[in-house]
Design a protein around this ligand. Structure first.
Ligand code: SAH
Ligand code: SF4
Length: 361
């Protein structure tokens, strides 16, 4: 009960912390001390912030708390993709994925650990192949709940995370305000101190928000979930394409490109007999050329209850070779997390379904 009416201190950026302290008639340097407790020493309660005067701790506790998400399950071994299931304060479940160094594809260097964070409980965009959207949308995550996925995994594994990708459950650009706030905390020296070039947002193509993001000063990376090179194919699997078609999406990307130095990435899941033809590969290359984007091909991860499958290895290789022959930098990411339901949304779905079966409801 307490948690619901208290604001998580980890949902505030330093500027807002300062304003709050100012409002309490406290010196602003206290904000820096609090940030230090939250992100460097990582305490789980205001009362443990021992260099704050006791009366201030008490007053802060009337309005704020140190949010905490509870780690309920880990799947996978240390040198493979691992999945972490968290329970939020209100009982909702979310998941994050930790990708070991050898598989890290974002941010460049290969010796880096990448975390894939969720931004929403469920997803409202309903892509036909995705487990996250299957049970609809519940709510946005707060900035603190996004940041806590990183802190929670670093705590559980004693490993330092170098790259953050917003590719877990949910559509990050539909929760833009909290996502930007979390990015400020993740990036800032007073926060987690992860460089902007090591932070990637993935979107299914929310055109107005891509333009808005282009105006943000941070040099974070952007990945577009393309998954089809024509409206005909994309309409079949991604309902968002009926609102913002490929031309609208590419023109928002053109604009984004004029404002940012970082190369865009096209994510492209290969789904058998849906989007894996030679013609799609050639058209995808043309779109990538227009934007100087690189292409990440991902063989589809099967989701129980959905009819889609991944193409054969030889078809995957052929698709890759066409894109490369067109001069586009491209990778084919052979998922190692197949056996742990590594695609976003799958672990939560399975856990919830198991819970339903157990209680018989
Ligand atoms: N909503 C955002 C970010 C979360 S999804 C987006 O759509 O971009 C992150 C990536 O995982 C997307 O590229 C998505 O298409 C992909 N994905 C979803 N389900 C998948 C599956 N079953 N197999 C492989 N990739 C999947
Ligand atoms: Fe939502 Fe992304 Fe899944 Fe589409 S692929 S349903 S936008 S999480």
């Amino acid at each position: 009960m307490k948690r619901a009416i208290h604001t998580d201190l980890k949902s505030l950026v330093l500027r807002e912390l300062r304003e709050q302290l100012h409002g309490l008639g406290e010196p602003e340097y206290r904000a820096g001390q609090i940030a230090d407790w939250l992100y460097k020493k990582r305490v789980d309660a205001i009362n443990k912030m021992t260099n704050l005067p006791q009366p201030l701790r008490k007053r802060l506790s009337e309005t704020f708390s140190v949010g905490n998400i509870e780690l309920v399950r880990i799947l996978g071994a240390r040198d493979t993709t691992r999945k972490f299931l968290f329970r939020l304060g209100d009982g909702n479940l979310i998941e994050s994925v930790l990708i070991p160094a050898s598989l890290a594809l974002y941010g460049g260097k290969s010796d880096r650990r990448t975390i894939c964070v969720s931004t929403q409980v469920g997803c409202a965009y309903g892509c036909k192949f995705c487990a996250s959207g299957l049970e609809g949308f519940s709510r946005n995550l707060t900035a603190g709940e996004i940041v806590d996925q990183i802190i929670g995994i670093e705590r559980a594994t004693a490993e330092k995370i170098d790259n953050v990708v917003f590719m877990g459950m949910g559509e990050p650009l539909a929760n833009l305000e909290n996502v930007l706030r979390s990015i400020e905390i993740i990036n800032a020296e007073w926060g987690l101190g992860i460089g902007a070039r090591h932070i990637t947002i993935s979107t299914s193509g929310l055109v107005p928000q891509i333009r808005k993001l282009a105006e943000e000063p941070l040099q974070i990376r952007l990945a577009i979930s393309m998954h089809g090179a024509t409206d005909e194919v994309r309409n079949q699997i991604m309902p968002i394409n009926r609102r913002y078609n490929i031309e609208a999406l590419l023109s928002a990307c053109d604009y984004y490109k004029t404002r940012k130095k970082q190369r865009l990435t096209f994510e492209y899941i290969l789904i058998r007999d849906v989007n894996d033809s030679d013609a799609q590969a050639r058209l995808l290359s043309r779109h990538a050329q227009r934007l100087s984007a690189k292409v990440n091909l991902i063989p589809y991860n099967t989701v129980s209850g959905l009819p889609w499958a991944r193409p054969s290895s030889s078809r995957q290789d052929k698709f890759l070779s066409i894109v490369r022959a067109e001069g586009i930098p491209a990778t084919l990411r052979r998922e190692k997390g197949h056996d742990i339901d590594a695609a976003c949304g799958q672990l939560r779905l399975r856990t919830e379904r198991a819970a339903v079966t157990k209680t018989g409801s």
